[in-house]
Design a protein around this ligand. Structure first.
Ligand SMILES: *Cc1c(COP(=O)(O)O)cnc(C)c1O
Length: 429
């Protein structure tokens, strides 16, 4: 496969852009070589600048649950753009979006739109601290909540792939108020809250971890989080930036029947445009300015293009049978991968919730950051490159999720399972 043009563009990009990329996860650092520069994409397919074609399971890191350039989403964006790209004043579209989100997500009675998932989690935490008048927050090792200072502690894929343990620039005074615990360990949560529950403003969690690869919550884990936070007057924040509208219209909270106090959203609700949102009961949301005194603002928040794209996406997802089909296709793909691994004698642990899935190259059961860390990263590197060579584009790190879209075909899934079989053999050597 010829990738000369991507290679030369990457060299040029590195002269002008730190590391040649506008987000470090794109740099292919963990898998060697250089990133592909993308020319265009349509449906489940990507084309790079050298004209190579790929079946895409990265979906721009999650948002594109209806594939690339879906005609209805493109049309909605065009229509919106013709009427102006930003007004800095409210629009009816924002009401429609809010109503749709409130309709779908059990915990949300009021919602504020922002421009990224990072902004959503930062703002939710500020709200939790403002509401409870407490400073400390609790998060889990290997959970990623964007790059806000308070949250950039033991935070998952991007830093894991680069081997960055702690981020310089996050000041000690802030970091010391972020307490981290192992994922899926309810006892550790109970113990910590028993010790300092009265100082804790909130606990933030990915209800389905998606940023150390997919690690589903163990039975009872989320219920423990709900019980403990309620008991100690701390807010429970579900970061559903990935899982929201990915595992169902109501996200992980609906799937598992646990209602958090605040929820953060992003990725899918922007329909591929930059969006984030945070919401919850009115009791909490009324503390945000201009009603309350917790300040949070944004020049492009609720942007009409992003609202149009996001709404169209949510409407597409609301059609009958979408999630059932995603479930069936994802199961078929993962069953194929599992069979291949068994036949090739490759130790692998599989996880999947709906259309988000992982294949961990380890013989341990993966339940938290520590067990994820047992994966054979050299094996992943060889596997990744063999898949790429076969025209299958997956995330360039062991610690990321794979995503199925509604537009992947049965033939493409078969083709992917075959590529996986060969790639496992190649990687095994
Ligand atoms: C991607 C992600 C974020 C950050 O969203 P951005 O839009 O990249 O800022 C936050 N939380 C989770 C769970 C995510 O997956």
């Amino acid at each position: 496969m010829n990738r000369k043009k991507s290679e030369s563009l990457f060299e040029e990009a590195q002269r002008y852009i730190p590391g040649g990329v506008n987000s470090p996860v794109r740099a292919f650092k963990a898998v060697g070589g250089h990133p592909l520069f993308i020319q265009k994409a349509k449906g489940s397919r990507l084309w790079d600048v050298d004209g190579n074609e790929f079946i895409d399971y990265n979906a721009s890191w999650g948002p594109l649950i209806f594939g690339h350039a879906h005609p209805q989403i493109v049309e909605a964006v065009k229509r919106a753009a013709e009427n102006g790209t930003s007004f800095g004043a409210p629009t009816e579209l924002e009401i429609e979006m809010a109503k749709k989100v409130i309709d779908c997500v059990p915990s949300i009675e009021g919602v504020r739109m922002v421009s990224s998932g990072t902004e959503a989690t930062m703002s939710a935490i500020r709200l939790a601290r403002g509401y409870t008048k407490r400073d400390k927050i609790v998060k889990f090792e290997g959970n990623f909540h964007g790059h806000g200072d308070s949250l950039l502690v033991k935070s998952g894929s991007g830093l894991m792939s680069l081997g960055i343990p702690d981020c310089p620039g996050v000041i000690e005074d802030l970091a010391k108020n972020t307490l981290t615990l192992p994922y899926n360990n309810g006892d550790a949560v109970v113990e910590l809250f028993d010790k300092m529950g009265s100082e804790i403003a909130c606990l933030i969690v990915e209800p389905i971890a998606g940023n150390m690869g997919v690690v589903p919550p163990k039975e009872g884990f989320l219920q423990t989080l709900r019980d403990v936070t309620r008991q100690h007057g701390a807010l429970l924040i579900f970061d559903e930036v990935i899982s929201g509208f990915r595992v169902g219209l109501g996200g992980a909270q609906k799937l598992y029947g646990i209602t958090p106090d605040l929820t953060t959203l992003g990725k899918i609700i922007g329909g591929g445009l930059p969006v984030g949102a945070y919401g919850g009961k009115k009791e909490f949301m009324d503390h945000i300015a201009p009603v309350g005194s917790v300040y949070q603002a944004g020049t492009l928040s609720g942007n009409p293009l992003a609202m149009a794209a996001g709404l169209e996406m949510l409407n597409l997802l609301s059609a009958k049978g979408v999630y059932e089909s995603l479930e069936a296709k994802s199961q078929r793909l993962c069953d194929g991968f599992r069979k291949n691994a068994e036949e090739a004698g490759v130790p692998a642990f599989f996880t999947r919730v709906g259309s988000m899935f992982s294949m961990f190259f380890t013989d341990e059961e993966v339940v938290d950051f520590e067990t994820v860390s047992t994966c054979d990263l050299e094996f992943f590197k060889r596997y990744f490159n063999a898949m790429l060579e076969a025209g299958i584009y997956i995330a360039c790190s062991q610690f990321e999720a794979g995503f199925m879209s509604a537009v992947h075909t049965e033939e493409e899934i078969e083709q992917t399972i075959e590529a996986n079989r060969d790639a496992l053999k190649t990687a095994k050597g």
